[in-house]
Design a protein around this ligand. Sequence first.
Ligand code: CA
Length: 338
Amino acid sequence: MSNAAPTAAHPPSPVEARVDFDAPGIHHGTLDLPHSSETSAWGRIRIPVAVLRNGAGPTALLTGGNHGDEYEGPIALARLARELDPGALSGRVIVLPAMNLPALKAGTRLSPIDGGNLNRSFPGRPDGTVTEKIADFVSRVLLPMADIVLDIHSGGKTLNFLPFAGVHALPDPDQRARCEAAMDAFGAPYGVVMREVDAAGMFDTTAEAMGKTFVTTELGGAGGATARTVAIALAGCRNLLRHAGILAGRPDGGPVRRLDMSDPDGFVVADEDGILEPCVDLGDPVRRGDLVARVHRIERPGGAPAEHRARASGLLLGRHWPGPIAAGDSLAVIAEPV
Ligand code: CA
């Protein structure tokens, strides 16, 4: 048990780690978070965790289910935790396939318990909401153990992406180089340097501020996983472990196409409610001024659709999903080949 040390500012985490982080071999357990509810007065939310350890070496923290409607992470990490041979490791792998378990069980981006967006709740609070308590345990207990961190995302129910691994345009050149090298090793078809619209509260931001080598992904979306995107996630995890020296061998991912999505003009946002007609598909080249989509205001008979044109050139990296769209929704993301 290794709960965070309490201080005056930070009381101890209420999460009980029912797994041994230090013993060699493979250990499947749970992170038990007390939660008193209508259906379970003295209940616990049991977040699955696996710890695989052998010999000396770095620690990798692999997470999925940060958002509950993104499935490549939970699937690939559940498989990895069963299929990795701990005897083949030099170091430690901590696997958290369902970081926001209540959201994953509900198939929702946000927690059905408190409406919390886990990836906007970091670094969290030990005395906060359920979602904030999860973030706090990850921040104060799991992240300090890790040398390299992978958080597997996809677009969820309302976005769809070309499969990519991503890093942020970090100010420290050494850390940025470490993150980019890990991103390339992951071996997704695309590697993207990102600038977040609003980075406050993200897992990424907390891990990066602690100096960790951090890689995120957007492997697909549309509210489900595909055989291809799960395969990319699984191969990417093994490649990342090879890159870290925890697994033997060299990463064997294919060539990574580098893209940059740090230009705010690459984001197209809907101005009206309606039905989305895509005029380009994921991966298509787009030039500034090209028609990206029409939005049909279906309740106005004979009315012209709104036209959305690209303000940047590149290729279509992401798009809104599914058909109905509302004013303010991200409609398209255009990234520039590097
Ligand atoms: Ca996500």
